[in-house]
Design a protein around this ligand. Structure first.
Ligand code: BF8
Length: 640
């Protein structure tokens, strides 16, 4: 019920009702069937790290069978979630880096369009390269990125050394949280948390911070920069988004997942005379390509290819009955997608060996065997077009909503449009813009779909806070029209004036989740221009609808840089459940999960170490208020 009344996109409501009429189950139906969910699991108080358990902490049993207490259980659960997310980004980075190597060695028919990024990395990494050989330089850079993914002996991460602010490095060195590599920290975290391993939650918290730095510099930075090396740095462009971009008389193809390498090739093939002829042959008027999740964000930023929706809208997109094929690569492709696809005869094509779906056609991309890439991409394109002929035209319902957006906000594009970081610094200091916040992350069926993302962001821009966004949140904000320059009207007086002068929206969609590094680099650059330390700047990381394990590392990455987190429900930290809020003073400590771990991350201890902490607030209006107060406090502390 709440989804229907509170979700901001009218197309969502229409599609939920359409699917209900057709009696097609979706994730909200399955969510209902899962109620009530396990209270121990919800508080992270369940331990499943050996075969003696599962154990849970109750008033009667204050320890697991092995003797682990609640703090050790909660902290181990959070650490395992973070490194699971790290592994996902690691796999993404690995594919893109190996693709650069294949391109540079001439084994793959792939471009190296991001020449500026190659030379920037050559300089920052201090590599010795001749300036007239781009491929050789790209190859050298790729091998350094690869080392950061997998080094097993002690040496600082090269990308961390190259990009992190000096004052932060000093703090991390003092805390002993500098990582070896992405792979090493995943293995060490799993090792620490296995039966009979580390039971000192504070040491696991140290590993959490270390793993977050590996996550940030060895996988996020590498994925984002490596993709820019291959396909170029995005520039601003106008686009139309939302379910209404689909067309009943066109072949509708959705591209979904995270790594855009195979997808770029498929796009190339969709433009060939052979495929155009096939489109004509199957009786379609043309092709509509739409994006979902982070692959969608990437293609929107780079080419203005329309995005349709995010992780929780993927079944709804197929519920239009107008989608002929979904080409998926890795991560955030839920099994429910195939269930709905089977109701409409939609062709699902998987392209990553890690992400198989029973019953789907599998045409894998392997960057170490790239010789067949062109042939395979053509085959994927062909299958997608042929699916049009099988579409059941009686079940089609395409909501009419489309929204305009100005997208493609790479770091370079933002700085150029503002006229440099000094200009942003001046606007912040004089208070025309009060602060910068990044509102990002997944969706969760535990709260009304996209309601928190949109509500918080509206309140922040009203309060003259400029917002950047990525991932599934960006789809919510794009579809709500907040990335349209016209949304300047919804901003407070200062931000509105800036948006009008520069022709920008108050919410800048910077790309997929790995492109949170664009926001981080923006924060670094602007902080440096103001002369203030990062931890004192009016900045915030906001993750209102956490879902995937990958989000844990996103938040902690910003935290390690002194940027406080504002997380919705259910965040990784056990807190009083919203339904118990009124009774929060009377519930005993166990209802909060681990008080020591919660108090550490959400309290003054972490603030003292890193200059930032985690706030958890499930109610979006209150969360927006808390963020604005935080920004105000930061400004006061700087005398701004
Ligand atoms: O990496 S926001 S549901 S799509 S994890 Fe996944 Fe979450 Fe969406 Fe992209 Ni990010």
């Amino acid at each position: 019920e709440e989804v229907l009344t509170l979700t901001p996109n009218p197309a969502t409501r229409d599609l939920l009702e359409h699917m209900a009429d057709l009696k097609i189950e979706n994730l909200w139906d399955r969510f209902e069937k899962q109620q009530p969910q396990c209270g121990y699991g919800l508080r992270n108080l369940c331990c499943r790290m050996c075969q003696w358990g599962p154990c849970r902490i109750t008033a009667k049993a204050r320890r697991g069978i092995c003797g682990r207490d609640e703090n050790a259980i909660v902290m181990a659960n959070i650490l395992r979630a973070l490194v699971a997310g790290l592994a996902a980004h690691w796999r993404h980075a690995h594919e893109v880096i190996l693709s650069i190597i294949a391109a540079a060695e001439g084994r793959a028919n792939l471009p190296i369009k991001g020449e500026t990024r190659v030379w920037e990395l050559v300089d920052k990494l201090g590599l010795n390269c001749s300036r007239d050989n781009l491929k050789e330089a790209a190859l050298k850079v790729a091998f350094v990125l690869l080392e950061d993914l997998g080094r097993l002996t002690w040496q600082p991460l090269r990308l961390l050394e190259a990009y992190a602010p000096e004052d932060r490095k000093e703090i991390w060195r003092r805390l002993g949280v500098l990582p070896r590599s992405g792979a090493y920290e995943v293995l060490e975290a799993l090792h620490m948390t296995t039966l009979g391993g580390c039971t000192d939650w504070k040491e696991m918290a140290v590993q959490e911070l270390r793993s977050a730095l590996a996550y940030c510099y060895a996988t996020l930075f590498t994925s984002s920069l490596a993709t820019e090396i291959l396909f170029g740095i995005p520039e601003p462009k106008l686009a139309r988004v939302n379910y209404g971009v689909l067309k009943a008389d066109h072949v509708n193809i959705l591209l979904h997942g995270h790594s855009p390498v195979m997808v770029e090739k498929v796009l190339e093939k969709l433009n060939t005379p052979e495929i155009k002829e096939l489109v004509h042959k199957v009786g379609a008027k043309g092709i509509v390509v739409g994006g979902m999740c982070c692959t969608g964000d990437e293609l929107l930023a780079r080419y203005g290819i329309p995005t349709v929706t995010n992780i929780m809208g993927q079944e709804l997109a197929l519920g239009t009955g107008a989608v002929d094929a979904v080409i998926v690569d890795m991560q955030c492709v839920i099994p429910g997608l195939k269930i709905v696809a089977d109701c409409f005869g939609t062709q699902i094509i998987t392209t990553c060996p890690s992400n198989r779906i029973p019953g789907a056609v599998h045409i894998p991309f392997d960057p170490e065997r790239p010789e067949t890439l062109d042939k395979d991409a053509l085959q994927v394109a062909r299958l997608a077009i042929e699916a049009y002929a099988r579409r059941d035209r009686n079940k089609i319902f395409i909501p009419s909503s489309t929204t305009q957006a100005l997208v493609g906000w790479s770091l370079e594009a933002i700085l150029e449009r503002f006229g440099g970081e000094d200009k942003i610094a001046r606007l912040l200091k004089e208070g025309t813009i009060k602060g910068l916040a990044t509102v990002v992350g997944c969706n969760t069926p535990k709260v009304p779909y996209e309601h928190s993302h949109v509500t918080i962001t509206r309140k922040l821009i009203e309060g003259d806070i400029l917002v950047t966004t990525t991932g599934c949140c960006s789809h919510a904000l794009l579809n709500a029209g907040l990335c349209d320059p016209e949304a300047a009207n919804l901003a407070g007086p200062g931000l509105k004036r800036v948006c009008r002068e520069l022709g920008i929206p108050p919410v800048l969609a910077v790309g997929g989740c790995v492109d949170n590094t664009r926001t981080l680099r923006l924060f670094f650059t602007v902080a440096q221009a103001t002369g203030a330390p990062l931890a004192q700047m009016p900045l915030a990381f906001v993750g209102p609808e956490p879902g995937n394990e990958k989000t844990v590392g996103q938040g902690v990455s910003f935290l390690t840089h002194g940027i406080s987190n504002f997380i919705g429900f259910p965040g990784p930290l056990p807190v009083p459940l919203p339904s118990l809020r009124e009774e929060a003073t009377s519930i005993d400590d166990l209802d909060r999960g681990s008080t020591e771990v919660t108090d550490f991350f959400a309290g003054e201890d972490l603030k003292e170490l890193l200059g930032a902490k985690i706030f958890t607030e499930p109610y979006p209006e209150l969360a927006a208020q808390a963020i604005k107060m935080h920004i105000k406090r930061q400004r006061w502390s700087l005398g701004w």
